[in-house]
Design a protein around this ligand. Structure first.
Ligand SMILES: Nc1nc2c(ncn2[C@@H]2O[C@H](COP(=O)(O)OP(=O)(O)O)[C@@H](O)[C@H]2O)c(=O)[nH]1
Ligand SMILES: [Mg+2]
Length: 460
């Protein structure tokens, strides 16, 4: 983006923020939590969905005051644009497919038009506008934020405590032996690259291991535009090695600092530091499928990430110069993998998972809500008769394109004990999206509640 374009865009945004006509929505979630599907659905609901029957809880639509949403065509050409059209095309394929996983960051701006309910805005204008800004990025990168508050030594200690846990230790053994055999005075390009490759293999192994959520640094898994950059030669030495003043430890410490300063900080400043509202998507069902260790690690990852954000009520001054997140929605995603009467338990489970962070005082300054949602619904729910009794069930297409009708099981409303997981296996299946044509509304679960919570008061 040229300096001129940048200044123009920033001054436009500043003007809209001064008038409180601009909102930055942060979509936060680990890899696979459902961010891309959520943004795709949100944008489609806002640009298509003016049908009250489809979004009954979204008051601006229900009250027939919504005049439609448009993609902002003024977005600078050099800024990666969220591929909304391609994502919608994937959903329309035969058979329908989920949009592919995200490899870099992208953003989209929407302009929402509506009739104000009352007040000065309603008297002066026949239509009002709200600009909405959303960013998508690989969830792997989110896990880099906690590195900003750790030194290299602390990161090594943190990593190896994690790698020695039962669900990771087997995979980590080979890398541990490799580190033990490494010459600590050899900080040559070749030696660093070789060990980084081995660490990358381990990270990919962890990434594919059920429940190993906390994989750092994120750019080793998804490098984006940084592929091949020397500071990505980075791995955690064994804590006792990191404490030595060896050539290798010094070099890695340098790379670590450079990674924090040149990659994580700008990423944070650009995309997270100025959020007004936030949705935190959590895929609890996949974690339940993976077992006790997964639930524990998911909880730990969420707690670490959430410490990176600033929460609090907003005033004109804070909105302009020191924005804080004033509303946070914690959403259990993919709730369509369970029958509707289980959704209450699912949101209670998420609430318990977030018990610690929610207790912290800095969240209490923001308005929060917890709900179970599905951005893009992949099942229909109903009942089957079993021994004369109506049993709830869902119907959808499994990933092998087999039509399945089943009861996916009960969702516990608390994190079950390690003992319980030994005796009980959860099996929430992944499903293909439902068949859908672009002229139709995109099926969802509670996206109208999401829109009302996130935007309702701004569209009054
Ligand atoms: N059934 C269902 N599956 C979903 C939903 N959203 C996401 N998924 C599944 O989760 C996968 C990952 O979603 P994605 O949006 O790419 O996650 P991201 O990594 O957070 O961007 C998708 O490929 C789908 O299989 C949903 O609303 N319902
Ligand atoms: Mg994604």
């Amino acid at each position: 983006m040229s300096l001129y374009q940048k200044i123009r865009q920033q001054s436009r945004e500043f003007g809209q923020r001064t008038l409180d006509r601009h909102l930055r929505l942060g979509v936060t979630g680990l890899s696979g939590a459902g961010k891309t599907a959520f943004i795709t659905s949100l944008v489609h609901q806002l640009t298509y969905g003016d049908q009250p029957a489809h979004l009954p809880f979204f008051s601006v639509v229900r009250e027939k005051r919504y005049l439609g949403g448009q993609l902002d065509q003024r977005q600078a050409l050099s800024v990666p644009r969220f591929p909304i059209e391609q994502n919608l095309q994937y959903l329309q394929q035969e058979p329908p497919m989920w949009p592919p996983s995200t490899k870099g960051w992208s953003q989209l701006s929407l302009s929402l038009r509506y009739k104000a309910v009352s007040g000065l805005r309603a008297k002066l204008q026949s239509r009002s506008e709200l600009a909405l800004n959303i960013v998508d990025y690989p969830g792997e990168w989110l896990l880099d934020l906690p590195l900003l508050s750790m030194s290299y030594q602390q990161w090594c200690e943190f990593s190896w405590r994690l790698f020695r846990q039962p669900h990771r230790q087997e995979a980590a053994k080979v890398f541990e032996q490799h580190l033990q055999a490494c010459n600590q005075q050899d900080a040559s390009e070749l030696a660093l690259q070789n060990t980084t490759e081995q660490y990358k293999t381990l990270l990919h192994q962890f990434h594919d291991t059920a429940g190993a959520y906390l994989n750092q640094p994120g750019r080793l898994l998804v490098p984006g535009e940084l592929a091949g950059a020397p500071m990505l030669q980075l791995f955690p030495l064994l804590p006792e090695q990191a404490a030595e003043n060896s050539a290798l430890a010094k070099k890695l410490e340098q790379h670590y600092q450079s990674y924090c300063k040149n990659v994580i900080e700008p990423f944070y400043q650009q995309h997270f530091a100025r959020l007004d509202r936030q949705i935190i998507l959590v895929d609890c069902l996949t974690a339940l499928n993976s077992g006790y260790a997964a639930m524990q690690e998911l909880q730990q990852a969420l707690q670490l990430i959430l410490k990176s954000f600033h929460y609090g009520p907003t005033s004109l001054l804070t909105r302009l110069f020191k924005p804080k997140i004033s509303k946070v929605l914690f959403a259990a995603s993919k709730s369509d993998h369970a029958t509707p009467e289980q959704h209450q338990a699912l949101s209670l489970l998420l609430q318990q998972l977030l018990h610690q962070p929610l207790k912290l005082s800095h969240y209490q300054a923001a308005t929060t809500e917890v709900m179970a949602i599905a951005a893009i619904r992949a099942s229909v729910s109903g009942y089957v008769q079993v021994d004369g009794l109506a049993q709830p069930c869902i119907r959808g297409e499994s990933l092998g394109q087999k039509s399945v009708t089943y009861f996916p099981g009960e969702i516990p409303d608390k994190i079950p004990s390690a003992e319980f997981f030994k005796q009980h296996k959860f099996e929430f299946l992944s499903l293909q999206p439902l068949r859908w044509r672009e002229q139709e509304p995109l099926p969802h679960v509670r996206m109208d509640h999401v829109l009302q919570f996130m935007l309702g008061d701004k569209l009054e």
